[in-house]
Design a binder for this molecule. Structure first.
Ligand code: FE2
Ligand code: FE2
Length: 146
């Protein structure tokens, strides 16, 4: 599985997903911000885009678990620790995603609240990606040469 992919390639693919996630986040945040400033933009579009982002992020979690986690575990005890942290963070993130999706699907709330939640999720996600890039995805955690 992911084990045969080189660490540099694992990192490259994940960074590419982070880049795409940031593009989606930037667009979503600017839409959400317009709502908060009283724009009459389309609320259905905000919900749709938010759901698309949550789905993309859920796929990203799986991708990291299938590639980054084994690559870290292959690094020995230090890597095992990082892999455990990744697994723990992803459990929390899945709980957060389930909550956010249920808020959009079950009882669609006022668009203003949706906009605030989207912005706070975006803030969290920007921070999470930067954190991963400086820890789990650093050259120290995933050396190209064994
Ligand atoms: Fe992650
Ligand atoms: Fe990530």
């Amino acid at each position: 599985m992911g084990g045969c992919v080189q660490p540099a390639e694992v990192r490259r693919r994940i960074l590419e997903e982070h880049r795409k996630l940031r593009v989606m986040l930037d667009a979503l945040v600017s839409l959400a911000t317009r709502f908060e400033h009283g724009s009459s933009a389309d609320g259905a579009k905000l919900r749709e885009d938010a759901l698309a982002l949550y789905e993309t992020f859920a796929g990203h979690l799986l991708h990291e678990e299938n590639t980054l986690e084994p690559a870290l575990r292959a690094r020995g005890a230090e890597g095992e620790k990082l892999a455990e942290r990744l697994a723990h963070e992803h459990r929390e993130q899945r709980a957060l995603l389930a909550y956010l999706v249920s808020r959009l699907e079950d009882h669609p709330g006022p668009t203003l609240l949706v906009a605030r939640e989207v912005r706070s999720f975006a803030e969290y996600l920007y921070h999470d990606m930067a954190h991963e890039e400086s820890t789990l995805l650093s050259a120290a955690a995933l050396p190209d040469e064994p």
